[in-house]
Design a protein around this ligand. Sequence first.
Ligand code: PLP
Length: 360
Amino acid sequence: MSRATAATIHLGALRDNLRRVRELAPGSKVMAVVKADGYGHGLERVARALQGADAFGVAGIADGQRLRAAGISQRVVVLSGPDDPGDLAEMRRLRLESVIHHDAQVEWLAADVDPRPLKIWIKLDTGMHRLGFAPERARELHARLRDLPSVERDIGLLTHFANSDVFDDAMTTQQIERFERALTGVEGERSLSNSAGILGWPEAQAQWVRAGGALYGISVVAGKIGADFGFRPAMTLTTRLIAINRVRKGEHVGYAATFECPEDMNIGIAAIGYGDGYPRHADGGTPVLVNGTRANLVGRMSMDLITIDLRNHPGAKIGDPVVLWGRGLPVEEIAMHADTIGYELTCGVTRRVRFVEDES
Ligand SMILES: *Cc1c(COP(=O)(O)O)cnc(C)c1O
């Protein structure tokens, strides 16, 4: 039998989550963000499940190539745009849209002689200081790009929030104001909000929202899980118990002997470790589900295996299912134990793990 470790991707949850985003942002088109292999859920699989999205957002051209090769015909926006001038031809060939965030890219477009215009989105940096032009340049850039034969006249306009998951943070208010002020009188569809923006900043929904985490059922709002906002987890990571060992009081479990048994007890060994993308920093006390009920990790995990305190699971036996995150066990909770966010965990599931799809 193959290794038991599997990531089940719930296609029905992906579809429901898209519906929920539409419900929350009824006046906006939805760009489904599928970068990083669909946040680890599988790019093509996610795109097929989310055919109802108005566009897909990807980080680079390679993802656009994969989407087109898979027969996905929707609009695709490359969120970091061309990396070199040669990319422009490939973007045209594949009908990819491009975010333009830097003067170097403007010059590549200006030097481009292909008469078939590209659809572009100008990105403004309203305070995050990662990608984008200073807002006060919006007008000048828009006018210049619009007149280039290599650019479609209908230009989109976007910005990205740094802190929208904190629902009362003045920084987001300031970013919204800077964006609107810079674009007064400038024509074009606007897009500001990521998932947290959709949830906490309805005034910023504009013509397009860009939903990533919400579609996978994951929240980055502190202390909240996707379900608190009506989303369902799209990935459940599971394995099985492959051994149950009786360990005596005073003995230690795992590398570096970090756990000492306070009494004679059963330790369950499950077939998953950091080689599968389970976070090595998850602390003792991180929950798993054994046969659907909670148990805690003990000791330090290894590449292929974790060790579980089975004191509350007297009936557990070899082969029993163990859920690491997903249905019944929010990935956000595991992320907290591992000092990270749910996104990083789903993105980090490795190639060794078998991916399975279900319709629910
Ligand atoms: C990743 C990303 C998003 C989606 O963010 P979520 O928090 O996952 O919703 C939106 N816009 C841009 C530019 C991004 O890079």
